[in-house]
Design a protein around this ligand. Structure first.
Ligand code: MRU
Length: 363
Protein backbone atom coordinates (compact mmCIF):
# COMPACT_ATOMS: atom_id res chain seq x y z
CA UNK A 1 0.00 0.00 0.00
CA UNK A 2 1.09 3.57 -0.46
CA UNK A 3 2.08 6.32 1.94
CA UNK A 4 2.08 9.66 0.14
CA UNK A 5 2.61 7.94 -3.19
CA UNK A 6 5.44 5.62 -2.05
CA UNK A 7 4.58 1.90 -2.02
CA UNK A 8 5.41 0.06 1.22
CA UNK A 9 5.09 -3.36 2.66
CA UNK A 10 5.13 -3.68 6.44
CA UNK A 11 8.37 -5.72 6.37
CA UNK A 12 11.05 -6.10 3.71
CA UNK A 13 14.74 -6.92 3.25
CA UNK A 14 16.98 -3.87 3.03
CA UNK A 15 18.97 -2.96 -0.09
CA UNK A 16 22.03 -4.53 1.64
CA UNK A 17 20.34 -7.88 0.92
CA UNK A 18 20.20 -9.16 4.50
CA UNK A 19 19.02 -6.75 7.20
CA UNK A 20 15.29 -6.41 7.80
CA UNK A 21 13.31 -3.20 7.57
CA UNK A 22 10.08 -2.38 9.38
CA UNK A 23 7.98 0.73 9.96
CA UNK A 24 8.07 1.56 13.67
CA UNK A 25 4.38 1.35 14.55
CA UNK A 26 4.94 2.87 18.00
CA UNK A 27 5.79 6.16 16.23
CA UNK A 28 2.89 6.19 13.79
CA UNK A 29 0.92 8.24 12.89
CA UNK A 30 3.19 11.06 14.04
CA UNK A 31 6.50 9.95 12.55
CA UNK A 32 7.47 7.60 9.73
CA UNK A 33 10.53 5.83 11.19
CA UNK A 34 12.05 2.95 9.22
CA UNK A 35 13.87 0.62 11.62
CA UNK A 36 16.68 -1.69 10.56
CA UNK A 37 16.83 -5.03 12.40
CA UNK A 38 20.10 -6.94 12.28
CA UNK A 39 19.72 -9.85 14.70
CA UNK A 40 17.06 -12.04 16.26
CA UNK A 41 17.16 -10.16 19.57
CA UNK A 42 16.21 -6.93 17.81
CA UNK A 43 13.40 -8.80 16.06
CA UNK A 44 12.16 -10.16 19.39
CA UNK A 45 12.27 -6.67 20.88
CA UNK A 46 10.36 -5.23 17.91
CA UNK A 47 7.59 -7.80 18.35
CA UNK A 48 7.39 -7.51 22.16
CA UNK A 49 7.39 -3.73 22.17
CA UNK A 50 4.89 -3.70 19.29
CA UNK A 51 7.07 -1.78 16.89
CA UNK A 52 5.55 -4.45 14.68
CA UNK A 53 2.19 -5.91 15.64
CA UNK A 54 -0.83 -7.58 14.05
CA UNK A 55 -1.04 -11.35 13.86
CA UNK A 56 0.11 -11.99 10.27
CA UNK A 57 2.87 -9.39 10.42
CA UNK A 58 4.51 -10.71 13.58
CA UNK A 59 4.64 -14.15 11.94
CA UNK A 60 6.41 -12.78 8.87
CA UNK A 61 8.85 -10.66 10.89
CA UNK A 62 9.66 -13.60 13.17
CA UNK A 63 10.44 -15.68 10.06
CA UNK A 64 13.02 -13.09 9.05
CA UNK A 65 14.29 -13.21 12.65
CA UNK A 66 15.17 -16.88 12.10
CA UNK A 67 17.10 -15.95 8.95
CA UNK A 68 19.05 -13.29 10.89
CA UNK A 69 19.85 -15.75 13.68
CA UNK A 70 21.19 -18.30 11.19
CA UNK A 71 23.57 -15.75 9.66
CA UNK A 72 25.50 -15.80 12.93
CA UNK A 73 25.17 -19.53 13.61
CA UNK A 74 23.52 -21.98 11.19
CA UNK A 75 23.63 -24.99 13.53
CA UNK A 76 20.52 -26.99 14.40
CA UNK A 77 20.86 -25.87 18.02
CA UNK A 78 20.84 -22.20 16.95
CA UNK A 79 17.80 -22.80 14.73
CA UNK A 80 15.91 -24.42 17.61
CA UNK A 81 16.98 -21.63 19.98
CA UNK A 82 15.80 -18.88 17.62
CA UNK A 83 12.46 -20.58 16.97
CA UNK A 84 11.85 -21.08 20.71
CA UNK A 85 12.94 -17.56 21.67
CA UNK A 86 10.90 -15.81 18.95
CA UNK A 87 7.90 -18.01 19.71
CA UNK A 88 7.83 -16.63 23.26
CA UNK A 89 7.51 -12.99 22.22
CA UNK A 90 3.69 -12.81 22.14
CA UNK A 91 1.25 -15.56 23.15
CA UNK A 92 -2.14 -15.00 21.51
CA UNK A 93 -1.63 -14.70 17.75
CA UNK A 94 -1.22 -18.19 16.32
CA UNK A 95 0.41 -16.83 13.15
CA UNK A 96 3.65 -16.51 15.10
CA UNK A 97 3.77 -20.22 15.87
CA UNK A 98 2.57 -21.06 12.34
CA UNK A 99 5.38 -19.08 10.69
CA UNK A 100 8.07 -20.38 13.04
CA UNK A 101 6.98 -24.00 12.62
CA UNK A 102 7.03 -23.53 8.85
CA UNK A 103 10.57 -22.13 9.06
CA UNK A 104 11.75 -24.97 11.26
CA UNK A 105 10.17 -27.62 9.02
CA UNK A 106 11.83 -26.13 5.93
CA UNK A 107 15.28 -25.70 7.49
CA UNK A 108 15.75 -28.53 9.95
CA UNK A 109 16.87 -31.20 7.53
CA UNK A 110 19.05 -28.98 5.37
CA UNK A 111 22.85 -28.95 5.66
CA UNK A 112 23.96 -25.94 7.73
CA UNK A 113 25.68 -24.36 4.71
CA UNK A 114 22.36 -24.10 2.85
CA UNK A 115 20.26 -22.80 5.70
CA UNK A 116 20.77 -19.03 5.48
CA UNK A 117 19.75 -18.72 1.83
CA UNK A 118 16.83 -21.10 2.37
CA UNK A 119 15.70 -19.15 5.44
CA UNK A 120 15.54 -15.85 3.54
CA UNK A 121 13.70 -17.56 0.68
CA UNK A 122 11.18 -19.13 3.07
CA UNK A 123 10.63 -15.86 4.96
CA UNK A 124 9.98 -14.11 1.64
CA UNK A 125 7.58 -16.90 0.63
CA UNK A 126 5.68 -16.38 3.91
CA UNK A 127 5.54 -12.62 3.28
CA UNK A 128 4.42 -13.05 -0.33
CA UNK A 129 1.84 -15.62 0.71
CA UNK A 130 0.43 -13.21 3.28
CA UNK A 131 0.18 -10.34 0.81
CA UNK A 132 -1.61 -12.46 -1.80
CA UNK A 133 -3.84 -14.06 0.84
CA UNK A 134 -4.91 -10.65 2.11
CA UNK A 135 -5.60 -9.42 -1.43
CA UNK A 136 -7.95 -12.38 -1.91
CA UNK A 137 -9.63 -11.76 1.45
CA UNK A 138 -10.48 -8.35 0.02
CA UNK A 139 -11.98 -9.92 -3.10
CA UNK A 140 -14.04 -12.32 -1.01
CA UNK A 141 -15.30 -9.63 1.37
CA UNK A 142 -16.15 -7.14 -1.34
CA UNK A 143 -19.54 -8.73 -2.28
CA UNK A 144 -20.79 -8.16 1.29
CA UNK A 145 -20.19 -4.43 0.89
CA UNK A 146 -21.59 -4.41 -2.64
CA UNK A 147 -24.83 -6.00 -1.43
CA UNK A 148 -25.29 -3.37 1.26
CA UNK A 149 -24.49 -0.59 -1.23
CA UNK A 150 -27.13 -1.96 -3.61
CA UNK A 151 -29.75 -1.74 -0.83
CA UNK A 152 -29.05 1.97 -0.15
CA UNK A 153 -28.20 3.66 -3.45
CA UNK A 154 -26.49 7.01 -3.14
CA UNK A 155 -25.67 6.45 0.53
CA UNK A 156 -22.40 5.37 2.10
CA UNK A 157 -21.96 1.85 3.48
CA UNK A 158 -21.10 2.28 7.16
CA UNK A 159 -18.59 -0.24 8.42
CA UNK A 160 -17.41 -0.47 12.03
CA UNK A 161 -13.98 -1.95 12.74
CA UNK A 162 -11.95 -2.52 15.88
CA UNK A 163 -8.18 -2.34 16.37
CA UNK A 164 -6.01 -2.32 13.26
CA UNK A 165 -6.46 -5.16 10.81
CA UNK A 166 -5.14 -3.23 7.84
CA UNK A 167 -1.95 -3.42 5.85
CA UNK A 168 0.10 -2.38 8.87
CA UNK A 169 -1.05 -5.55 10.67
CA UNK A 170 -0.18 -7.80 7.74
CA UNK A 171 2.48 -7.73 5.04
CA UNK A 172 0.14 -5.85 2.69
CA UNK A 173 -3.57 -5.02 2.12
CA UNK A 174 -4.79 -6.12 5.56
CA UNK A 175 -7.57 -8.50 6.50
CA UNK A 176 -10.62 -6.58 7.76
CA UNK A 177 -9.61 -3.47 5.82
CA UNK A 178 -8.84 -5.29 2.57
CA UNK A 179 -12.51 -5.49 1.42
CA UNK A 180 -12.90 -1.85 2.43
CA UNK A 181 -9.98 -0.78 0.24
CA UNK A 182 -11.30 -2.83 -2.66
CA UNK A 183 -14.80 -1.38 -2.27
CA UNK A 184 -13.41 2.15 -2.14
CA UNK A 185 -11.28 1.51 -5.23
CA UNK A 186 -14.36 0.11 -7.02
CA UNK A 187 -16.21 3.36 -6.40
CA UNK A 188 -18.54 2.06 -3.66
CA UNK A 189 -19.14 4.88 -1.17
CA UNK A 190 -17.73 3.70 2.15
CA UNK A 191 -17.51 5.27 5.58
CA UNK A 192 -15.68 3.53 8.42
CA UNK A 193 -16.32 3.96 12.12
CA UNK A 194 -12.89 3.44 13.64
CA UNK A 195 -12.90 2.31 17.27
CA UNK A 196 -10.03 4.10 19.01
CA UNK A 197 -9.05 0.73 20.60
CA UNK A 198 -7.76 1.52 24.02
CA UNK A 199 -5.39 0.95 25.62
CA UNK A 200 -2.88 1.26 22.76
CA UNK A 201 -5.14 3.08 20.32
CA UNK A 202 -4.36 1.01 17.25
CA UNK A 203 -7.62 2.28 15.74
CA UNK A 204 -7.10 5.98 16.34
CA UNK A 205 -3.42 5.85 15.44
CA UNK A 206 -2.98 3.14 12.80
CA UNK A 207 -6.35 2.38 11.19
CA UNK A 208 -7.18 6.08 10.88
CA UNK A 209 -3.69 6.71 9.43
CA UNK A 210 -4.07 3.95 6.83
CA UNK A 211 -7.59 4.87 5.80
CA UNK A 212 -6.63 8.53 5.57
CA UNK A 213 -3.63 7.79 3.35
CA UNK A 214 -5.89 5.74 1.05
CA UNK A 215 -8.59 8.42 0.97
CA UNK A 216 -11.25 6.30 2.68
CA UNK A 217 -13.78 8.39 4.61
CA UNK A 218 -13.70 7.50 8.30
CA UNK A 219 -14.54 8.75 11.79
CA UNK A 220 -12.68 7.81 14.97
CA UNK A 221 -15.02 6.98 17.85
CA UNK A 222 -14.47 6.15 21.50
CA UNK A 223 -14.56 2.40 22.04
CA UNK A 224 -17.85 2.61 23.88
CA UNK A 225 -19.72 4.42 21.07
CA UNK A 226 -20.37 1.33 18.93
CA UNK A 227 -23.50 0.13 20.75
CA UNK A 228 -25.11 3.54 20.46
CA UNK A 229 -24.25 3.82 16.75
CA UNK A 230 -25.74 0.39 16.10
CA UNK A 231 -28.95 1.22 18.01
CA UNK A 232 -29.40 4.23 15.76
CA UNK A 233 -28.92 2.39 12.46
CA UNK A 234 -25.56 3.96 11.78
CA UNK A 235 -23.62 0.72 11.31
CA UNK A 236 -24.42 -1.55 8.35
CA UNK A 237 -21.77 -4.16 9.09
CA UNK A 238 -18.91 -4.83 11.50
CA UNK A 239 -15.71 -6.33 10.08
CA UNK A 240 -12.79 -7.16 12.36
CA UNK A 241 -9.57 -9.12 12.10
CA UNK A 242 -8.42 -11.87 14.44
CA UNK A 243 -5.33 -13.26 16.15
CA UNK A 244 -6.56 -16.84 16.38
CA UNK A 245 -9.66 -18.68 15.21
CA UNK A 246 -10.43 -22.09 16.68
CA UNK A 247 -11.47 -24.94 14.41
CA UNK A 248 -15.00 -24.37 15.73
CA UNK A 249 -15.03 -20.70 14.72
CA UNK A 250 -14.39 -18.91 18.04
CA UNK A 251 -12.47 -15.69 17.42
CA UNK A 252 -9.73 -14.14 19.55
CA UNK A 253 -9.13 -10.50 18.75
CA UNK A 254 -8.18 -7.22 20.41
CA UNK A 255 -9.84 -6.60 23.75
CA UNK A 256 -13.30 -5.12 23.23
CA UNK A 257 -14.18 -7.13 20.13
CA UNK A 258 -16.54 -9.37 22.12
CA UNK A 259 -18.54 -6.38 23.34
CA UNK A 260 -18.95 -5.19 19.75
CA UNK A 261 -20.20 -8.62 18.73
CA UNK A 262 -22.75 -8.58 21.56
CA UNK A 263 -24.00 -5.15 20.54
CA UNK A 264 -24.13 -6.25 16.91
CA UNK A 265 -26.22 -9.31 17.79
CA UNK A 266 -28.63 -7.23 19.88
CA UNK A 267 -29.11 -4.82 16.98
CA UNK A 268 -29.22 -7.25 14.07
CA UNK A 269 -25.97 -5.90 12.60
CA UNK A 270 -23.90 -8.50 10.70
CA UNK A 271 -20.58 -9.22 12.45
CA UNK A 272 -17.92 -10.62 10.09
CA UNK A 273 -14.36 -11.69 10.81
CA UNK A 274 -11.61 -11.61 8.16
CA UNK A 275 -8.66 -13.99 8.44
CA UNK A 276 -5.92 -15.75 6.52
CA UNK A 277 -5.39 -19.53 6.72
CA UNK A 278 -2.41 -18.91 9.05
CA UNK A 279 -4.74 -17.64 11.78
CA UNK A 280 -6.71 -20.88 12.17
CA UNK A 281 -5.66 -23.03 15.12
CA UNK A 282 -6.92 -26.49 14.19
CA UNK A 283 -5.70 -27.84 17.55
CA UNK A 284 -8.10 -25.73 19.61
CA UNK A 285 -11.86 -26.23 19.92
CA UNK A 286 -12.93 -23.97 22.79
CA UNK A 287 -11.57 -20.44 22.39
CA UNK A 288 -12.61 -19.07 25.78
CA UNK A 289 -11.12 -22.01 27.67
CA UNK A 290 -8.03 -22.66 25.57
CA UNK A 291 -6.67 -19.54 23.84
CA UNK A 292 -3.94 -17.86 25.93
CA UNK A 293 -4.77 -14.20 26.47
CA UNK A 294 -1.80 -11.86 26.62
CA UNK A 295 -1.59 -9.72 29.77
CA UNK A 296 0.33 -6.56 29.00
CA UNK A 297 1.82 -3.91 31.26
CA UNK A 298 -0.37 -1.67 33.41
CA UNK A 299 1.26 1.47 32.00
CA UNK A 300 -0.55 0.92 28.69
CA UNK A 301 -3.80 1.52 30.60
CA UNK A 302 -2.72 4.22 33.05
CA UNK A 303 -0.78 6.28 30.48
CA UNK A 304 -1.42 7.69 27.02
CA UNK A 305 1.08 8.61 24.32
CA UNK A 306 0.46 11.33 21.76
CA UNK A 307 1.90 14.39 20.06
CA UNK A 308 2.05 17.72 21.84
CA UNK A 309 1.07 20.94 20.10
CA UNK A 310 4.75 21.72 19.50
CA UNK A 311 5.36 18.33 17.84
CA UNK A 312 6.97 16.27 20.62
CA UNK A 313 5.79 12.70 21.19
CA UNK A 314 5.05 12.40 24.89
CA UNK A 315 3.50 9.97 27.32
CA UNK A 316 1.27 11.28 30.11
CA UNK A 317 -0.49 9.58 32.99
CA UNK A 318 -4.30 9.64 32.80
CA UNK A 319 -5.20 7.33 35.70
CA UNK A 320 -5.17 8.42 39.33
CA UNK A 321 -1.72 8.17 40.91
CA UNK A 322 -1.24 4.89 42.71
CA UNK A 323 -4.26 3.07 41.22
CA UNK A 324 -3.35 -0.36 39.88
CA UNK A 325 -4.49 -1.36 36.38
CA UNK A 326 -5.10 -4.65 34.60
CA UNK A 327 -4.49 -5.08 30.89
CA UNK A 328 -5.86 -8.22 29.21
CA UNK A 329 -5.01 -7.50 25.58
CA UNK A 330 -7.43 -9.84 23.78
CA UNK A 331 -10.83 -11.42 24.23
CA UNK A 332 -12.69 -14.28 22.62
CA UNK A 333 -15.91 -13.86 20.69
CA UNK A 334 -17.81 -17.17 20.63
CA UNK A 335 -18.66 -18.48 17.16
CA UNK A 336 -22.40 -18.10 17.83
CA UNK A 337 -21.99 -14.30 17.69
CA UNK A 338 -20.08 -14.32 14.40
CA UNK A 339 -22.13 -13.94 11.19
CA UNK A 340 -19.36 -15.50 9.11
CA UNK A 341 -15.68 -15.71 8.25
CA UNK A 342 -14.00 -14.09 5.24
CA UNK A 343 -10.92 -16.00 4.10
CA UNK A 344 -8.69 -16.15 1.02
CA UNK A 345 -10.71 -19.18 -0.12
CA UNK A 346 -14.11 -17.60 0.26
CA UNK A 347 -16.64 -16.98 3.01
CA UNK A 348 -17.99 -19.57 5.42
CA UNK A 349 -19.95 -20.06 8.61
CA UNK A 350 -18.02 -19.66 11.85
CA UNK A 351 -18.15 -23.37 12.59
CA UNK A 352 -16.07 -26.51 12.19
CA UNK A 353 -18.18 -27.56 9.18
CA UNK A 354 -17.76 -24.13 7.62
CA UNK A 355 -14.00 -24.04 8.06
CA UNK A 356 -13.51 -27.66 6.97
CA UNK A 357 -15.56 -26.96 3.86
CA UNK A 358 -12.99 -24.34 2.82
CA UNK A 359 -9.93 -26.22 4.12
CA UNK A 360 -10.64 -29.93 3.48
CA UNK A 361 -6.93 -30.75 3.77
CA UNK A 362 -6.76 -29.47 7.37
CA UNK A 363 -5.58 -31.92 10.06
C1 MRU B 1 -4.86 -8.64 10.56
S1 MRU B 1 -4.57 -8.35 12.17
C2 MRU B 1 -5.77 -9.05 13.22
C3 MRU B 1 -5.39 -8.83 14.63
O1 MRU B 1 -4.04 -9.12 14.81
C4 MRU B 1 -5.68 -7.40 15.09
O2 MRU B 1 -7.05 -7.15 14.99
C5 MRU B 1 -5.21 -7.27 16.50
O3 MRU B 1 -5.92 -7.62 17.43
C6 MRU B 1 -3.84 -6.82 16.69
O4 MRU B 1 -3.46 -6.75 18.03
P1 MRU B 1 -2.04 -6.14 18.38
O5 MRU B 1 -1.99 -6.25 19.88
O6 MRU B 1 -2.03 -4.74 17.88
O7 MRU B 1 -0.98 -7.00 17.73
Amino acid sequence: MKIDGTPYRSVWVDADGWSVRILDQTRLPWQLDLLRLTDEDQVAHAIRSMQVRGAPLIGAVAAYGVALALRADASTAALDRAVAMLGETRPTAINLRWALERMRARLHNLPAAERVAAAYAEALAIADDDAETCRRIGENGLPLLREIAARKPGEAVNVLTHCNAGWLATVDYGTALSPIYQAHDAGIPIHVWVDETRPRNQGAALTAFELGKHGVRHTVVADNAGGHLMQHGQVDICIVGTDRVTRTGDVANKIGTYLKALAARDNGVPFWVALPHSTIDWRVADGVAEIPIEERGAAEVTDLTGRTADGRIETVRVAAEGSPAANPAFDVTPARLVSGLITERGRCAASEAGLRGLYPEAP
